[in-house]
Design a binder for this molecule. Structure first.
Ligand code: TXA
Ligand code: MG
Length: 337
């Protein structure tokens, strides 16, 4: 049975969603990356309700969504030229900028930091909702804290309870992983979270970008990642995830020997694992792996497999984002084979 809270994004339903947000309620909506759990970004109490609905630690700040770059000065100060260059190249799209914040940003959004994360989404439903609301929308991914981000309305409904009155259904998300986060609040641009805009694409526009150690899961003991959310065991299904590093042949042979396990493979390899409990192909490209990964992890849990095996993806392009999410789902477990 479909959840009665899930509604198509008709103009009436978008207006209804905007009314709810302006009145201080939460609404889930699609973006090109993942579904967001939105609240009025100027309303501290509404933003605090997001943390409660997600079970999110209070030190993990939210992203503010706005329709265009002209909205940046109201929320951010000391905006460098590189911020506008990135907006020119990639906005609207799956990119989030971290900049010094103005006093207009509630503490519940920035979680006490002196900076704020801002994103200009490209999804037509997200844009229509922003226009109808007339305020920035604070929105983390609309999953329970710790589980994979939702890429369909049904994922949201499965995770968030009655505190969420309305889920706008925009179908499956096109990118499938959360936005690329770049901090421009320090002396050097820094990649805090890889996503749909690759490191290579960023550097082609603004020159060298430092990569935060958390992206590779390599922060020394006691050092906090620059994006607080990167320290939590995120994106994790209930099953144990194990990444395999080796030639494709070795990886496939190893996965073929595992009885009853979940296997994430490429197109054309599905028939190689007769003893597996559940097999899902992530497709043939980095983009398809990004788009399918979170739904695949949820499907593996529904199938009840105790362990999921996957080859370590290539770290170039969008592959770096897939690599980062898998590494986090695996809590760093990589096996040589
Ligand atoms: O694609 C996305 O970005 C999605 C959609 C809904 O827009 N949103 C999303 O939000 O992924 P969330 O809350 O799941 O992840 C936000 C990340 C967290 O890791 C958080 O720590 C980081 O952004 N973040 C937010 N504000 C920050 C700040 N001021 N400085 C550093 N990191 C920040
Ligand atoms: Mg999230």
């Amino acid at each position: 049975m479909t959840d009665p809270r899930i509604l198509p994004p008709t103009p009436e339903n978008i207006e209804k969603a905007a009314r709810l947000i302006r009145a201080g309620a939460l609404v889930a909506f699609p973006t090109e990356t993942v579904y967001g759990l939105g609240a009025n970004g100027f309303d501290g109490a509404a933003c605090r309700a997001i943390y409660a609905a997600k079970g999110r630690p209070s030190d993990n700040p939210l992203i503010l969504h706005i329709p265009q770059a002209s909205g940046l000065p109201a929320l951010c100060r000391e905006i460098p030229e590189k911020a506008y260059a990135l907006c020119e190249a990639f906005a609207p799209g799956p990119l989030t900028l971290v900049l010094k914040k103005t006093a207009a940003v509630p503490n519940a959004v920035s979680a006490g930091l002196d900076t704020v994360a801002v994103r200009i989404p490209s999804h037509p439903v997200a844009r229509a909702l922003l226009k109808a609301c007339g305020v920035p929308i604070a929105a983390p991914s609309a999953n329970k804290s710790g589980s994979p981000s939702p890429t369909t309305a049904a994922h949201v409904a499965a995770d968030i309870g009655a505190e969420l009155p309305l889920i706008l259904d925009g179908g499956p998300c096109g990118v499938g992983l959360e936005s690329t986060i770049v901090s421009l609040s320090g002396p050097v641009p820094k990649l805090l979270r890889p996503g749909g805009i690759s490191l290579e694409a960023l550097e082609a526009v603004i020159g060298p970008v430092e990569v935060d150690g958390a992206v590779f899961g390599q922060l020394p003991e006691g050092v906090a990642p620059a994006a607080p959310g990167m320290k939590y065991r995120h994106y994790a299904p209930m099953a144990e995830v194990i990444l395999l590093n080796g030639t494709r042949e070795n990886v496939l042979n190893y996965m073929a020997e595992q009885k009853g396990a979940g296997v994430l493979c490429h197109d054309g390899e599905e028939g190689l694992f007769p003893s597996a409990g559940h097999v899902i192909s992530l497709g043939g490209t980095q983009e398809s792996a990004a788009r399918r990964l979170f739904a695949a992890l949820r499907e593996m849990d529904a199938a009840g497999v105790p362990r999921i095996y996957c080859g370590l993806p290539d770290k170039s392009g969008v592959g770096l984002a897939v690599y980062n999410r898998l590494l986090k789902a695996a809590a760093g477990r990589v096996m040589e084979c």
